[in-house]
Structure formats: C-alpha cells, structure tokens
Design a protein around this ligand. Structure first.
Ligand code: HEM
Length: 427
C-alpha cells in the first residue's frame, strides 16, 4: 500500500475510474468529485492512487514535473498494457517519439495525398459514409504506407492489417476502459493473434524492400545485428507500436474537424477555397473541444506538486493527473462553443483571460507536448481541404454527436454512427 501525500489531500470517497468500477460517465464522475472537494483531491481506484489537480498553479506544476520522478512514459505504459500484450513493449529499438524528423514528415504528407486520392476512388461520386470510419481508414492507409514497408498499404495486405490493427488498438484502454477486464480475462488471445498477422505481413515487406531512407528502412536497419525470427519480430513490433501510437488521436481529431465543418458551412466553404491558415485554426478548435485526455504522470520517487494554496509531497506509487475535458471548455467564460477565430496560429488569442495559459490545450504543454503537432495539423488541413473541396457534405445527425461516455483519455470517439452524405458537384 503506497504512502499518502503530505499533507493529506481531500479524499473523493466512492469515486472510481472505469478500469476498476462500473462508471456511466468517467469525466462526469471526476467533475462531481471536483465539485465536492475542490480543485485538488485524491481518488483510490482499485489498486491505484491518483492525485487529481485542476487549479492554475497545480496544472502548471503538473506540466513542469520532471520525467525521472513523475513519468509520462511509465504512466502511458501502465495504461496501454491493459490492452496490449507485454511482448510488444519489450526491447523496442525505434520508438514513436522518433517519427517526426523534418524529412520524414514530407514523406508522410506525400503518402497522405496518395491515400486521399485512393479514398476519393473508393467513395465514388455520391454516397453515405460514417465520418469516423472514413478518417480511421485514411489514417491506416497513410500510416502503413509511411512506416510498414512496401505493399502494406494496398490490396489484401492492407485489408488484413486494418483488421489486425483494429483489434490491436491500444486506445481501447482509454476509449473502452470498461472492456479491459474482459481483455485481461482472455489472456489477450485476440491481440496476440492480430500481432502474428502483422508479423507475417511485415516479413513479406522486409523481403520486398530495396534500400532507402524511409522510416521502415531505419527500423529494418536497427535490427541488422539479429537473425531470423528474432529480427523479423523485432522489426514488426517496432512497426506495430508506432502504428498503434499514431492511431490514438489523429483519425478521431480529423473526424471531429469534419463534423464541426459540416455544421458550420461558411467555414467549410472557406476551407474548400484553400484557406489553410483557417483550416489549422478549425482543427485546433475541434481538438480543443473533443479532448477527453487524462494527462497522467506515474510517481517514481518523491516529488512536489505545488497547487497554489497547498504544496504536496507525493510518494512513489501514486499517479498525478489532470483531465482536459474539465478545463478546455470551462477555464474561462465563452470557451464552451466552437469558434476557430479564438486562435492566433497555435495559441489562444485571448490567453490573458485565463487564470493560466496552461489550463487550455489541444496538444499539451511543456516537455511532453505532442511532437506530432505540426505534422497532425498539416495532415488535417490537407484532408479537410480535400474533402470539403471535392464534395457537397450533408450531416446525417440532427444534434451534435456525443462522445463515448466511459472514455477517459485521448480525443473523443463518437458514441454511435455519424453518417455523412456526400456528392461530387456536376462539372
Ligand atoms: C490531432 C492529433 C493528436 C493530438 C490531439 C495529440 C495530443 C497529444 C497530447 C495532448 C500529448 C501530451 C500528453 C501529456 O502531456 O501527457 C501528446 C504527446 C505525444 N504524442 Fe500526440 N497527439 C496527436 C497526434 C499524434 C501522432 C499522429 C503521433 C504519432 C505517433 C503522436 C505521438 C505522440 C507522442 C510520442 C507523445 C509523447 C511525447 C513525450 O512524452 O515527450 N501524437 N499528444
């Protein structure tokens, strides 16, 4: 049993997180605890101990925590291992954080443009499609072409990888936390079988490879000192973890950006006409409102969290956390509605109205902020412009789609189908 923080924080009795107890709306449960106990409080959930903070000083202190004492890497691992087999984390040589060298990004964007053309061919000139299915398939196609080797983004290999990665989706750990007990009970059998499919297809890609400078080539090169099965599984697991990381947020974020644009046709027209700067602001605004992220740091050695009124010494074994959906839309008045004009480039124009600029974010603050932000915004801009300029888009929903209520982490997934009708104008 871990020690307590000093001094004792208020304790939100009866509040649990959805991995451990049945919770209808995970974000609402933490909001209720905050309403009862104030901006900083402790939650005991199953075997875990959390110190949540929402005060301006607390959130600033959170983003400044040193990785060696309060680790985001360890917190992410503890979250993802609820879903993914342990072997996928062992001995990785090329990690998702190394994806975004300047030359890499131009390659990914070229693959995105090809994936957009293939999407147009698949869609045909008129029809109906689920927005989030569309953006997810696009993300798979762009990502697999970028880092899974030759042949992985086409034909039967692509379809098999899509099915495998839909099973191996690490974001299930926070999108459907209530399903993790069943995953544990199954011994992750389905996930292991899916990983074997990935290994088989990546093995073929290694055989087809010609030397180059792509991310896939760098991964293959990192395993050149190994032979046979060990080499192939090492390469395939690197590819798998990178692809799983890329699936966490980007496709869902693009889905919400499309949803918001079709609900605001004047902005959609301007994006269709090529206003890329506006498209980026629309993307940031949609992400801000769709954020369901729990930001967490696993305490490895005693660390201080200054929450303004009180400074806590937090012992190892605790997790320090904050929750973006309880800040992003309410840290100042007027933040509840979608308005891309509140952004100046990547910052809120009216940051001074916030008690701290760190209370609102799309891609995080400080040392762990998202290394994929420039790439993600460019990719979203290209995709939004492509879709809005080629099709007349009509929403099939009558009210703004709702997020999955149990979700606690990442960008929201929609709780149900979001059907979109599309039609290419006659030329
Ligand atoms: C619109 C899409 C995306 C959004 C909204 C987003 C959001 C975020 C946020 C909020 C954080 C900070 C989390 C924290 O401080 O605890 C983060 C970190 C990170 N993101 Fe993204 N992300 C996106 C796309 C991606 C993509 C495509 C990748 C590719 C694999 C990626 C890789 C990472 C990595 C590796 C980190 C950790 C950085 C570190 O620990 O230093 N992200 N992201």
């Amino acid at each position: 049993m871990p020690n307590q923080p000093v001094p004792d924080p208020p304790f939100a009795e009866g509040t649990g997180l959805p991995w451990d107890v049945s919770v209808t709306d995970a974000v609402a449960a933490i909001a209720a605890a905050r309403a009862r106990h104030g901006d900083t409080f402790a939650v005991h959930s199953g075997p875990d101990r959390y110190l949540f903070t929402f005060s301006p000083a607390g959130v600033e202190s959170f983003y400044g925590l040193p990785e060696d004492k309060a680790s985001k890497g360890v917190a992410d691992y503890l979250m993802l291992r609820r879903k993914l087999p342990d072997e996928i984390f062992d001995g990785r040589r090329i990690l998702p954080g190394t994806l975004f060298r300047r030359d890499d990004v131009s390659g990914y964007l070229a693959n995105l443009n090809r994936a957009l053309d293939e999407t147009t061919a698949e869609l045909g000139s008129t029809g109906t499609v689920d927005v989030f299915d569309l953006t997810r398939r696009l993300g798979h196609r762009m990502g697999l072409a970028s880092w899974a080797g030759p042949g992985s983004a086409h034909g039967e290999a692509f379809e098999q990888l899509v099915r495998a990665f839909d099973i191996l989706d690490g974001s299930d750990a926070f999108v459907h936390p209530d399903a993790m007990a069943a995953v544990a009970a199954s011994g992750k059998r389905a996930e292991r079988a899916a990983l074997d499919v990935v290994v088989g297809i990546v093995a073929d890609a290694v055989c087809r490879r010609t030397d180059g400078q792509s991310l896939f080539d760098r991964i293959v090169d990192a395993w050149r000192d190994e032979l046979g099965e060990k080499r192939i599984r090492g390469i395939a697991f690197d590819v798998a973890l990178i692809h799983i990381a890329s699936m966490s947020n980007l496709a869902a974020a693009l889905g919400w950006a499309v949803v918001d644009l079709v609900e605001h046709p004047t902005y959609a027209d301007r994006v269709a006409a090529g206003d890329a700067e506006l498209a980026q602001r629309c993307a940031l605004e949609s992400i801000r409102l769709a954020q369901r992220s729990i930001m967490s740091r696993a305490v490895l050695s005693p660390v201080e969290l200054d929450t303004g009124d009180v400074s806590y010494q937090v012992p190892p074994g605790w997790t320090i956390a904050t929750l973006l959906p309880l800040l992003n839309a309410s840290a100042a008045t007027g933040l509840a509605h979608w308005d891309p004009d509140r952004w100046t480039r990547h910052r809120l124009a009216d940051e001074k109205s916030l008690p701290s600029p760190m209370l609102v974010t799309a891609f995080g603050h400080g040392r762990h902020s998202c290394p994929a932000q420039p790439f993600s915004l460019s990719a979203m801009t290209a995709a939004m412009t492509h879709l809005c300029s080629r099709y007349r888009l009509t929403p099939g929903w009558a009210t703004h789609p709702r997020p999955v209520p149990a979700q606690i982490g990442g960008v929201a997934r929609a709780d149900g189908p979001c059907m979109l009708s599309y039609r290419q104008p006659l030329t």
